[in-house]
Design a protein around this ligand. Structure first.
Ligand SMILES: *Cc1c(COP(=O)(O)O)cnc(C)c1O
Length: 349
C-alpha cells in the first residue's frame, strides 16, 4: 500500500558527479540507514560508484556493513568509552576519537586506526581542553584528523574560515610530532561551496542522496521517491471539518483523498498545505492535521482519482525540499525519518 523507491543508479551518478567535482577521495556517509534509504544497498552502490571510504556515526552500523561483506575502508566516529573496540579493530574499522579516555582505550589495541576529531567551533564532539595532554601520548596509530563545520551551508560566514584556521593549527601540531594523517573537514555543503576546505578527503552524505543543502541543485538526482495508495476517496460538502482538532474545513464541495501514511511512517505531523501528493501530474495539497497512519488531501471537485489509486508523496510536484519547507525542517529529516515499516524497493541495483 506504500512504497519507498530507491534509485541506485541515481545514487551512483550523484556520487560520481561529486567525486569529479571534489577532485579528492570521497568518504560516502551511510549513517542512519543511509539517511533512510537503506544501509547495505546504498553502501554497496556507493562502493561500486567509487567511494573511497564509508562513514557511519555508530559502531553497530559499521559492524552491519562488515557482516554484509563490505570490504571498503570504514570510519565510525561517535564513540563513547567501553564499546567493543577489540572487535572493531579486528573488523578493520577506523575509529573517530574525541576524548582522552577513549583514545587510551583504543590506542592500547594492536592495529587500531584512529581519526582524531578536533573541536574548531562546532561546539559538539571533538577534542578541546584535553588536546595538549593528548599531544604527549604515543600517536602512531593516528591515521586521520577531522573536524566538522557548523555553518558550511552559509559559505560566506566568517566562522568557516575561522574553523579551518583552528583545524590547521591542530594539524601543524601533529606534524611537529611527525604525524601526517588524512585531513578531512568537508560535508556536502563545504564540498560544493568551499574549495579551501577539501584537504585530503571529503565526507559526503546528502548530495549522494540527490539533495543539496544549498539550493535545489538540478544536477543532483533525488534517490528516494515515495508513493502510497489512496485508501479512500470521497465527496465532501463545503465547510466540512477535516481531521483532529478540526484545524481545516473544505472551502467548497470537493473530493478528499485519504492517503495511507502518517506520522508513524515519517510524515511529520506539523506538515502544512505546502505539501501534498501528485496524482496524474496534478497537485493535491494536505488538508487538516496528519494522523498516525493517514492524512487527507484536497483532490478538487473534478479529480479523477478513485479509491485505491496510487499517488506520489515525495517526488513529482512535492519533492523533499517542498516537504521540508511545509514541515519547517530540512530535507535530511524528511528522508531519514521515512519509517522502516515501509518497504524499500531498489531500482537499478
Ligand atoms: C553526517 C555527517 C556528514 C555528512 O553531512 P552532509 O551534509 O550530509 O554531507 C559529514 N561529517 C560528519 C561528521 C557527519 O556527522
Amino acid at each position: 500500500m506504500r512504497e519507498v523507491e530507491i534509485d541506485l543508479a541515481a545514487l551512483k551518478a550523484n556520487l560520481k558527479l561529486i567525486k569529479a567535482h571534489a577532485g579528492v577521495p570521497v568518504l560516502a556517509i551511510v549513517k542512519a540507514d543511509a539517511y533512510g534509504h537503506g544501509l547495505i544497498p546504498c553502501a554497496t552502490a556507493a562502493v561500486e560508484a567509487g567511494a573511497d571510504y564509508l562513514g557511519v556515526a555508530l559502531l553497530e552500523e559499521a559492524f552491519a556493513l562488515r557482516e554484509a561483506g563490505i570490504k571498503a575502508p570504514i570510519l565510525a566516529w561517535l564513540n563513547p568509552p567501553g564499546l567493543d573496540y577489540e572487535r572493531a579493530v579486528a573488523a578493520d574499522i577506523d575509529l573517530g576519537v574525541s576524548s582522552l579516555e577513549v583514545f587510551d582505550e583504543i590506542n592500547a589495541i594492536d592495529g587500531a586506526r584512529i581519526h582524531l576529531k578536533v573541536e574548531t567551533g562546532m561546539g559538539r564532539n571533538g577534542f578541546s581542553t584535553e588536546w595538549s595532554e593528548l599531544m604527549n601520548r604515543d600517536l602512531v596509530k593516528v591515521v586521520g584528523v577531522m573536524t566538522h563545520l557548523a555553518r558550511a551551508d552559509e559559505p560566506n560566514e566568517a566562522q568557516n574560515n575561522l574553523q579551518i584556521e583552528n583545524f590547521n593549527i591542530r594539524v601543524n601540531e601533529l606534524k611537529e610530532k611527525g604525524i601526517s594523517p588524512i585531513r578531512h573537514i568537508s560535508n556536502t555543503a563545504a564540498t560544493l561551496s568551499n574549495q579551501s576546505a577539501r584537504f585530503d578527503m571529503v565526507r559526503v552524505g546528502i548530495a549522494m542522496y540527490g539533495l543539496s543543502p544549498l539550493n535545489r541543485d538540478q544536477s543532483l538526482q533525488p534517490v528516494m521517491k515515495v508513493r502510497a495508495r489512496l485508501v479512500l476517496v470521497k465527496e465532501m460538502p463545503a465547510n466540512h471539518p477535516i481531521g483532529y482538532g478540526a484545524t481545516a474545513h473544505t472551502k467548497s464541495p470537493t473530493k478528499i483523498g485519504i492517503v495511507g501514511m502518517g506520522y508513524a511512517d515519517g510524515i511529520p505531523r506539523n506538515a502544512n498545505s505546502g505539501a501534498g501528493v501528485t496524482f496524474n501530474g496534478q497537485s493535491a495539497a494536505i488538508i487538516g492535521r496528519v494522523s498516525m497512519d493517514q492524512f487527507a488531501v484536497d483532490l478538487g471537485a473534478d479529480s479523477k482519482a478513485k479509491t485505491g489509486d496510487w499517488v506520489t508523496v515525495i517526488g513529482e510536484n512535492y519533492d523533499a525540499y517542498s516537504w521540508a519547507d511545509a514541515c519547517q525542517t530540512i530535507h535530511y529529516e524528511i528522508t531519514t525519518r521515512m519509517a522502516p515499516r515501509i518497504k524499500r524497493n531498489y531500482k537499478n541495483k
